[in-house]
Ligand binder design. Structure first.
Ligand code: SF4
Ligand code: SF4
Length: 446
């Protein structure tokens, strides 16, 4: 069976255009590591006063992003915190003074056709891709700053021009809904974001992927005089269709080489709607990324919906803004319920890559503490989109035979969680795979 033909069909949450009130915490904690690159380097010190939108840390390398404060205030301290990525890292704490309006930029005008200027503004804004492996968008748009993929057999580098730009109004998981909500109403910076991405990538055609009504996106396609923009519909219920590599296969038929491939290896650049709007705001209004829109959900919460959150806001402030708990939470997940990361400390601040926060009840989660032996039922095999044998891989990983797991394709696992979802023995498959990959990386770097 071809790659990504498998997967699961879930009940998708119906997107609602009503936004939950945003929290305004008295202080934000801004981790300096916001991507898989090196942490940013602070350019403020305790006691300094900062204006909303001011730069507080510079990016030391292209894979990093600068960090800006979402509100005015005073730098309280620079210290270690636990981050949403599950690791300890340095963060700058800003005590707010109640002002979150950034001063107008000095020069918002721009010749929207100069790719270098466009990338420079995206870099200054510090925009990151959403999800578990956050990357600098500016670096993603500068192929020279990315490692080159090599063909496995001949070891020749893959160097391909981008011919297709995909703008996705789907969310990574069926229970996330930010992109689908954004698609329902006009977005001020959407057209500028698409134009900037088109100018930078020089893509000959644009494919916009939607599920449901998306009037502005359809108008955008209809107004393309060159008739090179198309809108295609895909179901938000099908999972993991909306993850980048399966989505590229679904709408172009092209297979990104796994395990280390990148969309550009098949001539594609892909961005979701929220990132495209952030890019538009960066290139037209020079607006730094200081806010994210997330899905807040789970049966333990009083209300669910989408919420705009300042980066650095602690989990606890988001839970309070959502009305608090309606039932006992058994698990807090940062990200989507299928691919997110469980957290136990509600002081953890949300960073730029976060897409959701879920407070799940005991009925909504799989309690892995009592997981059982694999019964070789094959359900995980039937759903794995990259044709692995997850049950067998989990046995290698549990016995710490990481090289054997890698030999059996562990590194091509996209960590979608479909196998976890269907396993009747409730084996923590993705947890085992992530741990094994981490051990392999540690081994490679030691
Ligand atoms: S998490 Fe990995 S092994 Fe499991 S179904 Fe997804 S790709 Fe396959
Ligand atoms: S679904 Fe679970 S029990 Fe069945 S083969 Fe896979 S790991 Fe084993």
């Amino acid at each position: 069976m071809g790659l990504f033909a498998r997967g699961i069909t879930l009940k998708a949450v119906v997107p609602t255009a009503s936004h939950l009130a945003s929290p305004l915490p008295p202080q934000v904690v801004l981790p300096l590591k916001q991507t898989i690159g090196a942490p940013a380097e602070p350019c403020v010190a305790p006691g300094d006063t900062v204006a909303a939108g001011a730069l507080i840390a510079r990016a030391p390398e292209p894979a990093s992003v600068p960090v800006h404060t979402p509100f005015s205030g005073t730098v309280k301290e620079i210290g270690e915190v636990l981050t949403a990525q599950g690791t300890a890292g340095t963060a700058v704490t800003i005590e707010g003074d109640g002002t979150d309006t950034a001063p107008a930029p000095p020069d918002p005008e721009l010749d929207a056709r100069d790719p270098e200027e466009l990338i420079s503004r995206i870099r200054e804004a510090g925009i990151v891709t959403p999800g578990l492996m956050p990357r600098s968008v500016a670096a993603e748009l500068s192929p020279g700053e990315q490692p080159t993929t090599h063909l496995t057999v001949t070891h020749r580098p893959i160097v391909k021009a981008i011919d297709t730009l995909i703008i996705s109004a789907l969310d990574a998981e069926p229970l996330l809904m930010v992109n689908r909500v954004l698609a329902q109403s006009p977005q001020e910076h959407l057209a500028a974001g698409v134009a900037a991405l088109r100018a930078i990538t020089r893509a000959g055609k644009v494919i916009i992927v939607v599920d449901g009504p998306a009037p502005q996106l359809r108008d955008l396609a209809a107004s393309d005089e060159r008739e090179t923009t198309t809108v295609v519909s895909r179901s938000a219920r099908r999972y993991p269709l909306a993850l980048p590599i399966p989505l590229i296969k679904a709408v172009t038929g092209r297979e990104v080489p796994l395990p280390y491939g990148h969309p550009r290896d098949v001539g594609v650049a892909l961005f979701d709607l929220a990132t495209t709007c952030a890019i538009g705001a960066a290139v037209t209004a020079r607006r730094p990324q200081t806010e994210i829109m997330i899905t807040v959900g789970g049966g333990a919460l009083t209300t669910t919906g989408v919420m705009t959150v300042k980066i650095g806001t602690p989990i606890t402030a988001v839970l309070e803004a959502a009305g608090g708990y309606a039932a006992d939470p058994a698990k807090l997940v940062v990200g989507g319920p299928l691919t997110g990361m469980a957290h136990y400390d509600t002081a953890v601040p949300l960073t730029k890559e976060v897409t959701g926060l879920f407070a799940l009840t005991a009925r909504e989660i799989t309690l892995t503490a009592g997981y059982r032996e694999c019964i070789n039922c094959g359900r995980c095999v039937a759903v794995c989109p990259v044709n692995l044998v997850p049950g067998m891989l989990s046995l290698y990983c549990a016995k710490e035979r990481f090289d054997a797991a890698a030999h059996q394709g562990l590194l091509t696992c996209i960590e979608c969680g479909c196998c976890d979802y269907v396993c009747p023995s409730r084996r923590p498959l993705v947890h085992l795979f992530r741990h094994a990959k981490h051990q392999l990386r540690e081994g490679a770097s030691s």
